[in-house]
Design a protein around this ligand. Structure first.
Ligand code: SF4
Length: 399
């Protein structure tokens, strides 16, 4: 029988988006507490032998899985307007993300209320280093993706083409209650890109807001128009992947385009109140040249300012890119030095043991303010109001 994936040990390495199940190591006490706290209403698992199709056929799911952001084309096809792909669908067809499907002349979200797993993570794992550092976040995801990254670090979830991975049933209200029960500060939509399950993510973010829980979108930012406005409106923070800085890289390696992603990053920074951080996974030989990195940093400085944190994360060979080696630490430190030299104030390394690259320094007096080793905070010197105790400089973020 499937079991919930919550809490347990933290993996020290491994970028967020890693499959949740290895993180789960529930103690008997934890399981008992979970059962008592949730009284059977938070995590509901299919009974032994039950099919996913059977468990999904609830009134709630049927009502709620109606998708938004679509229209009929002149030829009768339905066009999905969530992401720039704008898939056009005949009856029974699914979009490239696989989870948005035309059914009975309407678009439905087939994964509404279903999760591929839960975990309690440190917020540093998303990664977010300026958003309530050291706090706990309830992470969850569904299945499918609207990009086709050759290097996907999470391909077993993002490329899932059956619902066998969607073991867990959880309504938006269930997820908010789960976060409260586990005393997490926030809920993160992660593991796969949440823009494709927009309706589920938005409803969950609203339920979390009602319960006093923050919400974090971990996304590639491949979303546009009215869907983008609706998606980010109820969120409180975002980490957006900027996967490279050439159109050629985006087209060849992700099946998407660079410009809409830059639009989304600019949108979140300038037209919302969300706390924003950016992550770039560095893949040896594909997107790690000095020239590309310099152009990316210059763009960030010009369009976002110096205070948006940038994370350079290490790649491990996966999916179709088993021909590329793991990113060496020297590449991460080279990128970090380059970005700091370009003028960005907060640049981090991730997925590698690099205490210097994980630490938050005051950009004014250079003192170490939040010393991290992996996802563990070793020393926290930031004042309660988010200022440096030595020089009084204000550190941007939510503290
Ligand atoms: S969200 Fe999915 S169905 Fe909609 S346009 Fe994007 S890939 Fe196509």
């Amino acid at each position: 029988m499937a079991r919930p994936v919550c809490g347990g040990r933290f993996s020290r390495l491994g970028r967020d988006g890693s499959t949740p199940s290895p993180l789960f190591s529930p103690s008997p006490l934890f399981s008992l507490a979970l059962a008592l706290a949730l009284a059977g209403t938070v995590c509901r698992w299919p009974a032994a032998g039950a099919t996913i199709a059977g468990t999904m056929a609830t009134t709630t799911a049927l009502v709620r899985n109606r998708a938004r952001h679509w229209a009929f084309e002149a030829d009768g096809r339905i066009r999905c307007d969530v992401c720039p792909r704008q898939c056009t669908l005949r009856e029974g067809q699914r979009g490239l993300c696989f989870v948005r499907k035309r059914e009975n002349d309407a678009l439905v979200l087939t994964t509404y209320g279903r999760s591929s797993g839960f975990a309690i993570d440190p917020i540093e794992k998303k990664p977010l280093h300026h958003f309530f550092p050291g706090s706990r976040v309830l992470s969850f995801g569904t299945a499918g993706c609207n990009l086709t990254c050759s290097f996907c670090q999470n391909w077993n979830i993002s490329k899932a083409r059956s619902f066998e991975r969607l073991q867990s049933e959880a309504s938006p209200e269930d997820l908010a209650r789960m976060a409260v029960a586990h005393e997490t500060r926030s809920v993160a939509f992660t593991y796969n890109d949440p823009v494709i399950f927009l309706e589920y993510a938005v409803d969950t973010a609203r339920a979390c807001r009602n319960a006093g829980i923050e919400t974090v979108a971990v996304t590639a930012g491949y979303i546009f128009g009215a869907a983008r406005r609706e998606f980010f409106a109820p969120m409180t923070a975002a980490n957006i992947d900027l996967k490279g800085f050439t159109e050629d890289f985006y087209r060849r390696e992700t099946g998407a385009h660079l410009a809409p992603v830059l639009d989304t990053i600019r949108y979140v920074k300038h037209e919302t109140d969300l706390w924003l951080e950016v992550t770039t996974l560095l893949i040896p030989g594909l997107n790690d040249s000095d020239e590309d990195l310099k152009r990316q940093c210059d763009w960030m400085l010009t369009h976002l300012g110096k205070d948006v944190p940038l994370h350079f994360s290490a790649f491990h060979p996966a999916y179709k890119r088993t021909d590329c080696p793991r990113t060496p630490l020297s590449t991460l430190t080279r990128a970090r030095s380059l970005a700091l030299s370009a003028g960005l104030s907060f640049v981090y390394t991730g997925n590698a043991r690099d205490p210097t690259g994980a630490t938050t320094y005051c950009p004014n007096c250079q003192t170490a303010l939040i010393v991290r080793d992996g996802y563990t905070i070793e020393q926290y010197r930031l004042a309660k109001d988010g200022t440096c105790p030595d020089c009084g400089a204000r550190i941007p973020g939510r503290f």
